[in-house]
Design a protein around this ligand. Sequence first.
Ligand SMILES: CC(C)(COP(=O)(O)OP(=O)(O)OC[C@H]1O[C@@H](n2cnc3c(N)ncnc32)[C@H](O)[C@@H]1OP(=O)(O)O)[C@@H](O)C(=O)NCCC(=O)NCCS
Length: 180
Amino acid sequence: MVVELLHSGHKKAAFSCEHERLSRYLHQQARQDVARNVAQCFVLAADENKVAGYYTLSMASIPAHDLPDEQRKKLPNYPAYPVVLLGRLARDQSFALVGIGNLLLIDALARIAQVAQTQIAAFAVVVDPIDDRAQEFYAKYGFAPLKNTHRMFLPTTTVQMFAAQLNLQPTEIIPPKSAI
Ligand SMILES: CC(C)(COP(=O)(O)OP(=O)(O)OC[C@H]1O[C@@H](n2cnc3c(N)ncnc32)[C@H](O)[C@@H]1OP(=O)(O)O)[C@@H](O)C(=O)NCCC(=O)NCCS
């Protein structure tokens, strides 16, 4: 399996995860979001372009008052801070029980750690858990709740420390075979 940018050859329509909303996003919306630079969509592609899972990344910001006081005290007094939004993450149900969710999340975090270190600063990674189970999934990796919202965050410094300790590298991106 390989991580690729979403392209027209991926079998999007066959993708099915536990949440119809996240399956439908890949079927109907992801390509437009990529084309309009609203999100980048990374696909874990299996044999014959089957989609084993996907995640999306976008730049975003969070209001300073959403951060727990302990975090805010460590930062300059700005009204908002830059973050990377891991907006969606899902794996196909036929690929359950083989660690795809873990693989997708680690790949996303390694990519963010690398970009934040060498290219564009982001204070934290923010996720939008779709339900309580997704919240538990992210909490396992150290994501903590933000205030005033259902979103969760993980400071980039923590991600970078983790990536350095485990020598994590994001999978190299193979350019799309055809324009989307
Ligand atoms: C959440 C999701 C991505 C997990 O993928 P997965 O392939 O089942 O997860 P993995 O097998 O890689 O498990 C990774 C770890 O998370 C745990 N985990 C998996 N699903 C979980 C859930 N729903 N709640 C809590 N923990 C969960 C696993 O037990 C495992 O922990 P361990 O390493 O300590 O055993 C998958 O269930 C999915 O696509 N769900 C529908 C979409 C969704 O809810 N996305 C969440 C973001 S909005």
